[in-house]
Ligand binder design. Sequence first.
Ligand SMILES: NC(=O)c1ccc[n+]([C@@H]2O[C@H](COP(=O)([O-])OP(=O)(O)OC[C@H]3O[C@@H](n4cnc5c(N)ncnc54)[C@H](O)[C@@H]3O)[C@@H](O)[C@H]2O)c1
Length: 253
Amino acid sequence: MPSEYQGKVVLVTGGSYGIGRAAAIGFARRGAKVVIADIDVKRGEETLHRVKDAGGDAIFVKTDVSSEADVEALVNKAVWTYGKLDCAFNNAGIHKQFVSIVDFTAKDWDEMINVNLKSVWLCMKYEIRQMLKQGKGSIVNTSSAAGLVGAPSNPAYPASKHGVVGITKSTALEFARKGIRVNCVCPGPTRTGMNEELTATNPEIVKAMDQKVPMGRIGEPEEVAAAAIFLCSDEASYITGHALPVDGGIVAD
Ligand SMILES: NC(=O)c1ccc[n+]([C@@H]2O[C@H](COP(=O)([O-])OP(=O)(O)OC[C@H]3O[C@@H](n4cnc5c(N)ncnc54)[C@H](O)[C@@H]3O)[C@@H](O)[C@H]2O)c1
């Protein structure tokens, strides 16, 4: 079994399902101790069982990533349990289907910005405080192809995801000489909970998504997780401030 993460402690938000679940299992398979954080307890416990079944060591911490008190408690719990924090994959997020900018509500705007963008700031705030004490750390945030180019969506989703790219780059610069690397992944359409209902009930949408992607298919959560696992690892030791598309070629088009 590969052991590049042996002895390392990795925190994954949005770890109950989708890309986060694939990442939690992937980090554990490579030897990491994994702190799985999510608002969904049922699926979080399922992920925990899968990690343990694969021989991994992990805990689940119920967390609303848009709450500062929850995020501070999460990082404290990680350090209390495993003694340190080496890497973090700040990945939790929500999406709402297309709504025109003229119909979108302030309530939906606030919710999406809080869960997708404010959360990334809050997570990095407490993770970096801990990493500074250790003199080393690496962070990967989840943006989106819609964080690099415009996309038919609702106004808050691409705004939040462009924001994730911005905070990733500026935080990378702030801590570049302090041993902390910060990058983000920018997935294209990926087969996860976010679009499961839509794709399960509407094969035409799957066909349309597949056609939009230059590689001709939507991505699997493990393919996005693999990019995050690489960027977090020491193999990526000279990479910081990078926004990596994992999108079958969409943003190259
Ligand atoms: N699936 C795609 O097509 C796609 C494309 C681009 C970017 N992304 C991004 O990937 C990330 C992961 O999403 P996914 O595709 O795996 O979807 P998913 O719905 O399968 O997983 C998202 C997870 O985040 C959790 N979550 C939601 N709100 C939360 C909160 N307030 N606090 C804590 N956890 C919360 C959910 O419970 C869920 O487990 C998101 O940031 C999403 O925007 C996904």
